[in-house]
Write a protein that binds this ligand. Structure first.
Ligand SMILES: [Zn+2]
Ligand SMILES: [Zn+2]
Length: 661
């Protein structure tokens, strides 16, 4: 008699057997070639959805394939356990974030095990465990020693609903709303901790030693936003020795400058404004001060400004150009001043039209007839009206003018970056405490390494006040200064959870290592990660931060390489049956557990593998999964039927078997 295909009992039996045999435990130092296969670890939301399955089942299949090819494969898993939802649950449901998180992890472990994947559970990492986050603190102290962690007063994006600072990438869309809750983001000035990721900006643009998708590389390049140009000084007419600096990516257009603009807050404005312009200047400054940076930078807004009565001198020809103040120039961005070249910059063109400023062409387009321009010309061409540089190609003129400015000490070549330093302070409880004390006598004092970890107090109170519970917790906040013994205060901000995921791949190497972030001996065997997989939505956050972190680790002598993951693959997205993104409000959410308990995990896995190319994804199809079910039933009948007819011996593949399928 051939036994019917009963996935529920078959899968449970074999999963228990694999577990008991330690089948999936990766062996350190095995002589077989190693393959470190890593899939982005999940956030413990408490429920394994179809997106997790599509991220993990195909990566498990790929890891198995590598093992079948003879590699010693490490395929670890853990939980990205800090973050806002746990704290919101604490406020709403009066459950401690630790309890909420660990309950969710327990539920998800069971769901993940039902997938039948080959994860090495002995290496599990949970980032809210003090044995893990103490190393976040240790890394922070190392960066502080090296000048890579610093504190500064800075305007930050702030979500008034979540009461938290947001990283730039957590502010989404033209409307600049909070990524989490959709509330319009406002600006607020706070003392914040930053990591100096900009120190690695140039190196982060180099992808020569990794095989990463073009799409992610381009996203990171744009995010870093390197622009090369010249920074030079504009002297003020009638003021000996007074000037301000501007940056341009188009030094070839400098002869076309017909005005200059200062940020309204620029320190020179009060000094330079002439008495007849004072009232207008003051009124404009007042108006600008009430606007947010967002309003000021908006591309929708019509550009306006006020002439302050003073003139700057073009360093190349000593021509006088009027100085304006305008709110679209920010003191905190670049030099806080710009040159206005209306013929070759769209924004400057509009400004010059509005204030009837001259618009001389200095880069002639290929078929230019000498007519006044109707719009700014941004392309390359031949230099005209540019003194000794006339007749050069603009590309050649770019360097000729840069050289001339450098020779005459008027300015120098410089690179500017769009990338800002990484703001890591969060006014939240459920994260890694920043290991810093403030002492009235000694100032900012790093917590001594021997006092790590700085633990989160378990008895914090969670109230919907918006203040971090750590701020209200006297026992946590008040501490003796390790320098002078006097009364000091702890930093109450916690770290951005992207720090946790910046180095978790190293912890898997030796998850129980007590004295170091990871043990270098197995590290030398396993690292770096050979294949990483996960969603492309992490392209400019996690995937940039972990590269930065690895470069810092290299400079600390902890690893010998500069890139954390040699290969990267981004899976696609499984949509609802209607072809739309799955969401509760649309009612098109597919719950994988429903299928696992009836059809079995292997059917769900097989279906996901056949839905299309892994980086494509596509809509869920309930008839499609029935096809996968019938296919596996047929496999079972053929194999089990043959085994029965041969008295239980395992069947050899045969041409007939293929036909039966
Ligand atoms: Zn929000
Ligand atoms: Zn002190």
């Amino acid at each position: 008699m051939v036994q019917r295909y009963d996935p529920v009992s078959i899968e449970a039996k074999w999963q228990a057997r694999w577990e008991a045999d330690g089948l999936h435990h990766a062996r350190d130092f095995d002589p077989a070639p190693k393959w470190y296969f890593l899939t982005m670890y999940p956030y413990p939301s408490g429920d394994l959805h179809i997106g997790h399955w599509y991220a993990m089942a195909p990566s498990d299949a790929a890891a198995r394939f590598k093992r079948m090819q003879g590699y010693n494969v490490m395929f670890p898993i853990g939980f990205d356990a800090f973050g806002l939802p746990a704290e919101n649950a604490a406020i709403q449901h009066k459950i401690h974030p630790y309890r909420w998180t660990m309950d969710n992890i327990a539920r998800m472990r069971a769901q993940l095990r039902s997938m039948g994947a080959m994860w090495d559970w002995q290496r599990e990492v949970v980032t809210c465990d003090p044995d893990y986050y103490r190393w976040n603190q240790w890394f922070f102290l190392k960066m502080y020693e090296k000048g890579l962690a610093y504190r500064a007063l800075a305007p930050v994006d702030w979500c008034p609903k979540d009461n938290t600072t947001l990283a730039r990438e957590q502010v989404v869309g033209e409307e600049r709303v909070c990524e989490r809750c959709g509330t319009p983001v406002i600006k607020k000035n706070l003392e914040q901790w930053f990591l100096r990721i900009t120190a690695y900006a140039d190196e982060l643009l180099d992808f020569s030693s990794v095989e990463w998708p073009e799409r992610v590389r381009v996203l990171q390049e744009n995010w870093i936003g390197k622009s090369v140009g010249v920074e030079f000084e504009l002297k003020i007419a009638g003021y000996a020795g007074v000037g301000f600096r501007v940056f341009t990516t188009r030094p070839d257009t400098v002869y076309g400058m017909t005005f200059a603009v200062l940020a309204p807050e620029h320190p020179l404005v009060d000094r330079l404004a002439t008495p007849d312009r004072k009232a207008q200047v003051e009124a404009y400054k007042f108006k600008a001060a009430r606007e947010s940076d967002i309003e000021r930078m908006s591309t929708e807004k019509e550009r306006d400004g006020v002439f302050i009565g003073a003139y700057a001198l073009n360093p190349m020809n000593q021509e006088k150009v009027p100085i304006f103040i305008a709110d679209y120039v920010l003191l905190t961005y670049g030099t806080g001043a710009i040159q206005g070249v209306p013929a070759h910059d769209a924004r400057d063109f509009d400004f010059a039209k509005k204030y009837r400023l001259p618009i001389p062409v200095v880069i002639a387009p290929p078929s230019w007839d000498g007519a006044p321009p109707r719009e700014a010309y941004l392309g390359e061409g031949t230099m005209v009206n540019s003194g000794p540089f006339d007749g050069m190609s603009s590309a050649m003129g770019w360097h000729a003018i840069a050289d001339s400015m450098e020779q005459h000490r008027l300015g120098e070549r410089k690179a500017n970056y769009r990338l800002h330093d990484w703001l890591i302070s969060r006014q939240r409880y459920w994260g890694t405490p920043i290991p810093i004390l403030y002492c009235p006598h000694c100032g900012t004092v790093p917590v001594p390494e021997t006092d790590l970890p700085v633990r989160l107090p378990m008895d914090a109170e969670f109230l919907p006040t918006g203040e971090s519970p750590l701020k209200q917790h006297e026992g946590f906040r008040k501490v003796a200064c390790p320098n002078c013994g006097g009364e000091a205060e702890r930093e109450t901000d916690t770290m951005d959870t992207f720090i946790d995921s910046s180095w978790y791949q190293y912890r898997y190497v030796s998850p129980h290592e007590p004295d170091r972030p990871f043990d270098p001996a197995p590290g030398a065997y396993w690292l770096p990660v050979d294949q990483y997989t996960g969603g492309v939505e992490h392209a400019v956050m996690h995937l940039l931060y972990t590269r930065f972190w690895t470069k810092v680790m290299r400079d600390l002598g902890l690893v010998t390489f500069g890139e954390p993951m040699t290969r990267l693959f981004n899976q696609g997205v499984i949509l609802g049956e209607d072809g739309e993104k799955m969401s509760k409000s649309r009612g098109n959410v597919v719950n994988p557990d429903d299928y696992v308990t009836t059809m079995g995990a292997d059917v769900v896995r097989a279906y996901l593998m056949f839905i299309g190319p892994w980086d494509g994804g596509g809509p869920w199809n309930s008839r499609g999964i029935e096809g996968a079910q019938r296919f596996l039933q047929r496999v079972w009948m053929v194999v089990a039927g043959r085994a029965a007819s041969k008295g239980g011996a395992s069947p050899a593949p045969s041409p007939n078997g293929t036909r039966d399928l």
